[in-house]
Design a protein. Structure first.
Length: 274
């Protein structure tokens, strides 16, 4: 009997996400992936200690790293020391390493929400009635606050980002396995971010999302490109999630879920050199 690849699947089944049940998604994915892989599930705090003996570690809905940054850094260091394959690969340039990419992409002229991480760059931001201030290592709106322009003068810089509060029509997300779009979802009501519906992406939308997938240069993995549609009709990047993007698989039709699982399994096999 041929040996099947052994995967350590990292998830926090009890993570209290607003408006979503992370555990349902991972229960579904692992139930399907077991057809091709030997799987064990573990909490993100246990991954570093358990990773030996597995062919790869799959990081899925493991929660906001801000809550366990020291353990996450130790996990990355141990994986590199052991030569353990991690999916998504640890070479991601998006949220995997914090949100420094947002001011970097702003400076490079990419279509992102204008972002400053130094007081001298505030003049690059458009005027706004209020500004979003968030930690570079933030996720799930942890640490997010809104300030007026005059209040920005009292900020302590170093690990924060500042963005104008954008008046947008809706948010839209593009979900990729490797470099292939699987589906897109959007939130018609800006006040209900996680009430998502299928979205028919235009060629311009696909070109927008693809720019960030190409920029990130991940050969394998799952990525989510989050954007907002401005009142002028433009798309601006909100977030490039390449660590543990929630997939909202409960919001897509069954054939789309099936296609996603097939694509993820094929990506994992290619990642493992199968």
């Amino acid at each position: 009997m041929p040996t099947r690849p052994r995967l350590l699947y990292v998830t926090d089944l009890a993570y209290p996400a607003r408006g979503r049940r992370y555990c349902d998604e991972d229960i579904f994915l692992t139930s399907r992936l077991r057809a091709e892989f030997d799987l064990a599930l573990c909490h993100p705090l246990d991954a570093a200690a358990l990773m030996e003996g597995f062919d790869a570690v799959v990081v899925r809905n493991s929660g906001a790293v801000l809550h366990y940054q020291e353990a996450y850094d130790a996990f990355r260091e141990r994986a590199r020391a052991l030569g353990t394959r991690v999916y998504n690969p640890l070479t991601g340039r998006g949220d995997m390493v914090g949100k420094q990419y947002l001011p970097d992409l702003t400076a490079a002229g990419y279509p992102v929400i204008p972002t400053a991480d130094r007081p001298e760059d505030l003049e690059r931001l458009p005027e706004s009635a209020s500004y979003a201030v968030k930690p570079k290592a933030g996720a799930d709106s942890v640490g997010l606050r809104f300030l007026t322009g005059p209040e920005l003068a009292g900020l302590t810089w170093g690990d924060i980002l500042v963005q104008p509060r954008v008046d947008f029509r809706y948010e839209v997300s593009f979900y990729y396995v490797d470099d292939t779009l699987q589906y897109a979802l959007y939130a018609p009501d800006p006040e209900r971010r996680w009430v998502l519906e299928p979205y028919e992406a235009s060629e311009a939308d696909l070109a927008f999302a693809r720019r960030f997938i190409d920029w990130n240069t991940l050969d394998h993995g799952i990525q989510r490109v989050d954007a907002c549609r401005t009142q002028d009709g433009d798309l601006l990047l909100v977030e490039l999630e390449d660590l543990n993007p929630y997939l909202s698989l409960d919001r897509v039709p069954e054939p789309v879920r099936d296609t996603f699982v097939t694509a993820m399994a094929a990506s994992l096999r290619a990642f493992l050199g199968e």
